[in-house]
Design a binder for this molecule. Structure first.
Ligand SMILES: [Zn+2]
Length: 89
């Protein structure tokens, strides 16, 4: 099984559950403008403003665009390994 951008695997009632990489908005706000531009593209101060607006709206995390069911507050919901294996088989 390929890991891709999945960060860790936990055992959950004998089923494998995988989680996508996710970053706290608070952490991203500590980055420099050029670091934000490198990761997100666009103009650093605009990205920072967007992140502040999201944080003010109650969002806490930014996740992978590949993550089905990603929640901006709780993050990656976790995915049973079966669906991951189906995608890479
Ligand atoms: Zn996910």
């Amino acid at each position: 099984m390929r890991k891709g951008d999945l960060t860790h695997i936990t055992l959950n009632q004998s089923k494998m559950t995988t989680y996508h990489l996710e970053t706290k908005i608070e952490t991203l706000l500590c980055w420099t403008d050029s670091e934000l531009q490198e990761v997100f593209g666009g103009f650093g101060p605009d990205i920072r403003l967007e992140l502040r607006i999201r944080l003010a709206a109650g969002e806490k995390k930014i996740g992978s665009i590949d993550c089905q069911g990603f929640d901006p507050v709780t993050g990656c919901p976790g995915h049973e390994a079966k669906e991951v294996l189906d995608g890479t088989a």
